[in-house]
Design a binder for this molecule. Structure first.
Ligand code: CA
Length: 308
């Protein structure tokens, strides 16, 4: 019994110790498991946050690629060379037109040293039969002739000159445009139409040079800038675009460019003749012969062309 009792007595403390050890082990195991779980959950939360930020910047952040503009296609027309004629390589052409069978040209002067001119050129000899120089403070720009009066603008001097057909100065007056600059000029037979380096074409009343209205040159609604030398041909305004190889055909009722011609091959030909030639600038139309002439600043040739 004693033994039994002793055995029983001996057995009880052993079970207790085991029980305590087991509980301690379980407790330590659970604590460790809890620690690891916390770590795993923290990692998952951090990864999810990184993914969420990445998704935000990719799909809605400032680096998002804007939608592409609609592809526009303006019909092209060809500028085919019919003949070439000599052009004064010292002419920084800003105005070019035909009136009663004579070519009139306005030349600018980037150095302001007195080289701006107005020329009357014979179409048989291609030489100037009359010319006058402008004071060196003026940079000669676009010209138009209406009812035997020649109008010549200046670049930044806000001065408009009017001459009779013998180049006698009739009047000198101030004018202004949206950009405060004078670029190209033409006439629709009633008003003077002026470009100023922006996309607007501004209409002025002849004689008084009072502003009437303006149209915005656009390619399928997008503004077209740097509109330069102008020519009114059969109800459309044709225009050079500064520093671009294009001739634009503009509908004057809307300002829309309805067609354009790439004359880079002609410009390239000029570059081969004379490497320092400047941009294409000059379109002149003879309504009697239906001939069209184009040239550029310091170009060696005048090109008689056909728009097709
Ligand atoms: Ca012209």
């Amino acid at each position: 019994m004693t033994l039994k009792t002793n055995n029983a007595k001996l057995k009880t403390p052993l079970n207790k110790a085991e029980f305590v050890r087991t509980r301690k082990f379980q407790s330590l195991f659970l604590r460790e498991l809890s620690k690891q779980m916390k770590k795993i959950i923290t990692y998952i939360v951090v990864i999810l946050l990184i993914l969420a930020f990445a998704a935000y910047f990719i799909f809605s952040g400032p680096g998002t690629t804007p939608p592409s503009p609609p592809i526009t296609t303006i019909p092209a027309f060809y500028t085919n060379i019919i003949a070439t004629h000599p052009h004064d390589t010292s002419s920084f052409t800003e105005g070019y037109l035909i009136y009663n069978g004579k070519l009139y040209e306005s030349s600018g002067d980037p150095d302001y040293v007195g080289k701006s001119r107005l020329l009357k050129i014979d179409l048989n000899t291609w030489t100037a039969e009359k010319q006058i120089g402008l004071d060196k403070k003026y940079f000669g720009e676009g010209i138009a002739i209406l009812h035997d009066t020649i109008y010549q603008m200046t670049y930044k001097e806000h001065t408009l000159f009017m001459y009779d057909m013998n180049f006698k100065k009739l009047k000198e007056q101030s004018f202004d445009t949206d950009t405060h600059e004078g670029w190209g000029m033409t006439t629709d037979g009633t008003n003077l139409i002026v470009s100023d380096g922006s996309s607007s074409l501004q209409y002025f009343a002849p004689s008084t040079f009072t502003f009437l209205r303006k149209i915005m040159v656009n390619e399928q609604g997008m503004p077209v800038g740097n509109v330069n030398e102008l020519e009114y041909i059969d109800g459309y305004i044709y225009a050079n675009q500064w520093n671009e190889p294009y001739i634009l055909k503009i509908d004057p009722s809307t300002g829309a460019v309805v067609a354009k011609s790439d004359i880079n091959s002609i410009w390239e030909q000029e570059r081969r003749n004379k490497p320092n030639v400047d941009v294409p600038n000059g379109i002149a139309y003879d309504p009697n012969t239906k001939k069209i002439y184009i040239t550029g600043k310091y170009w060696s040739q005048d090109y008689e062309v056909k728009f097709q």
